[in-house]
Structure formats: structure tokens, C-alpha cells
Design a binder for this molecule. Structure first.
Ligand code: PRT
Ligand code: ZN
Length: 283
């Protein structure tokens, strides 16, 4: 039995449980206690505040955890980062009042900066040779400049809307973060096997979430060009159509490249392009 720590409520809770469920690890949310056993996999979920997950995993109270990389980086416990999970994406940035003139990192010399991430900021400033006063605040960091608590802030940003509505502007992105799977460094052989099995399944889910399955009709004369546009997992599937001179072409593409590929395929005569989600991709 392996134990995984998951945020009990908050931004990462739902997506963490969704990922486990998509990986075939049945967690019954109706019966949620602070510790829940999966119905069909040797795993139990321990629910807790995200701040406590790195320590809990490094101590071995939980074997694994799903937590924002920002929390791992701030707390510096000895942990294995096993996998990036492709959700909970954000950055931790320095932001200043929008009417101030930003003069580069030197701006922060002698300034007061409010943050919940003092360790990350300290090491960033040390590396850059900046001498600033760091004030630790645990909540609502973005209001600190308005109320006169600080000159600037160092905080999590995703859409940037919170900064704008507080009259702040992002000037330096210091670290990028997303949810990560962390593991205790001294897992037994048996637990390591369960972790590998879990990571294999997470891979299949994460890969599929990014992928789109595309099928289209294409003139036979364009097949060579189409294969260059769509390399696919191994190579695209090509099936003859009842109408002479035409084929059906099937392939998988990364969603970030989808529109670009569609434009190129249309330009070589592709028609009836159908795009659907993938559920799992096993390599
Ligand atoms: O109760 P607990 O301690 O478990 O939760 P928490 O309140 O500490 O954390 P929570 O649930 O807010 O966030 C959990 C994790 O989600 C963080 O540690 C990050 O890894 C990740 N994450 C992703 C974010 C955001 N995006 C985010 N936007 N965490 C916080 N925010 C905040 C941001 O600071 C801003 O104030 O959300 C606000 C909106 O952001 P904008 O830029 O979209 O306006
Ligand atoms: Zn927290």
C-alpha cells in the first residue's frame, strides 16, 4: 500500500483527484475522510494543506505527494521530483506599482518586498546581487503596496488579473511552477514498483490530454507532403476511400501544433478534417 498526500481543498485538489481517477485509481469522493483508500489500486490518499505536503513526504509519513513546484522550491526538503503533471501552471513574479518606472533589477535595491516565498526570493536576490528587505506575509500579498506595507511584491501569477486589479505590473518572472508528483527518497522496492506503475499510467493520461486525434480526406497526390506535416506516433494511418484518387488520413498531434498543422493540410487539399480528444496514449 502506497500513501499519496493530496491538497485537501484549493486549486490543486480537484485536478489531483481527476488525474488519479483518469489513471484508473478509484477514489470515492463521497466517502472522503482525511485518509481514503482507493477501491482498485494499492494506494491511499492523505488529504492535507499544500504547505505541509513537502515535509510530510520527506519524513515518509506519506510516500508520494501532489503539490505545486513553488511549495517544493520554497521549503527545500530532500525529495525526489518524479514527474511534472501539466496542471496548476503559474509563475512567481516580482511586481511593482504600475506608475513606478522600472529600471531593471536594481530597482529592488533598498526596497521592501512582501511575499509568502521568502526563500526563493532570497536566493534569487543573492544570485543577482540585490539588497532588498523581504517581508513575509501569508495571505493577500497583492494588497501590501496599496496599504503601505511594502514597495513591491513577489507572488504567484497566472492570468495576471489580480495584479491588474491591484494597480501592479509584473516586471520579473523568477520561477515557473506547475503541479509535480514528489516521492520520498527511501521508498521500499515494493513501493517503488507501485510508483512506477502509477507514473506509467500518469504518462498515458498526460500525453493524451495534450494530444488530438485528427482524421481527414486528402487527395492521393498530397500524401507525401501530408506525412511530412504529420509525423504521428510512428507514422500516420492512410486508408483508401471509395472515391478514386482520395484517401483517409489519421494521425495524432500535440494540441499546441494543431491549428498550424490544419492550415498546412488545408493548403495541400485536405478536406473534412475531424479533430477529437484522446483518452489514453500508451507508448
Ligand atoms: O489551503 P492550502 O494551504 O492547501 O491552499 P493555498 O491557499 O495555500 O493554495 P491554493 O489552493 O490557492 O493554490 C495551490 C497551488 O496552486 C499553488 O501553490 C500553486 O502551485 C498553484 N497555483 C496556480 C496558484 C495559482 N495558479 C494562482 N493563480 N496558486 C495561487 N494563485 C493565486 C495568485 O496568487 C493570485 O492571487 O490566485 C490569484 C489569481 O491569480 P491571477 O494571476 O490569475 O489573477
Ligand atoms: Zn497553502
Amino acid at each position: 500500500m502506497i500513501r499519496i498526500a493530496v491538497q485537501s481543498k484549493g486549486r490543486l485538489n480537484e485536478k489531483s483527484l481527476e488525474l488519479l481517477n483518469a489513471a484508473g485509481v478509484g477514489i470515492n469522493e463521497n466517502k472522503r475522510k482525511f485518509l481514503t483508500q482507493a477501491s482498485n489500486f494499492p494506494l491511499e490518499v492523505l488529504y492535507m494543506r499544500d504547505d505541509d505536503i513537502p515535509q510530510t513526504v520527506s519524513m515518509g509519513v506519506a510516500d508520494l505527494g501532489i503539490v505545486g513546484f513553488n511549495e517544493v522550491a520554497e521549503r527545500a526538503y530532500d525529495l525526489e521530483i518524479s514527474k511534472k503533471l501539466n496542471f496548476g501552471k503559474c509563475r512567481i513574479s516580482l511586481a511593482i506599482p504600475k506608475n513606478d518606472k522600472y529600471t531593471g533589477l536594481n530597482y529592488f535595491n533598498g526596497k521592501k518586498i512582501a511575499t509568502s516565498y521568502p526563500n526563493i526570493l532570497k536566493s534569487f536576490f543573492k544570485e543577482k546581487g540585490i539588497n532588498a528587505e523581504i517581508h513575509v506575509i501569508t495571505g493577500s500579498v497583492e494588497i501590501a503596496p496599496t496599504v503601505g506595507l511594502s514597495d513591491a511584491i513577489f507572488d504567484i501569477v497566472s492570468s495576471g488579473g489580480t495584479l491588474v486589479s491591484n494597480g501592479l505590473v509584473e516586471v520579473e518572472q523568477v520561477i515557473q511552477s506547475e503541479a509535480v508528483l514528489v516521492a520520498n527518497k527511501n521508498l521500499t522496492e515494493e513501493k517503488k514498483k507501485v510508483l512506477e506503475q502509477l507514473m506509467f499510467r500518469f504518462d498515458a493520461v498526460i500525453r493524451a490530454r495534450r494530444a488530438k486525434y485528427m482524421l481527414m480526406n486528402i487527395p492521393e497526390a498530397s500524401i507525401e507532403k501530408a506525412i511530412k506535416i504529420l509525423p504521428a506516433l510512428r507514422s500516420p494511418t492512410i486508408l483508401p476511400l471509395a472515391m478514386e484518387g482520395w484517401c483517409s488520413l489519421h494521425s495524432v498531434v500535440d494540441e499546441t501544433e494543431m491549428w498550424d498543422k490544419i492550415d498546412k493540410l488545408k493548403a495541400i487539399g485536405a478536406e473534412g478534417i475531424l479533430v477529437t480528444d484522446c483518452e489514453k496514449i500508451i507508448m
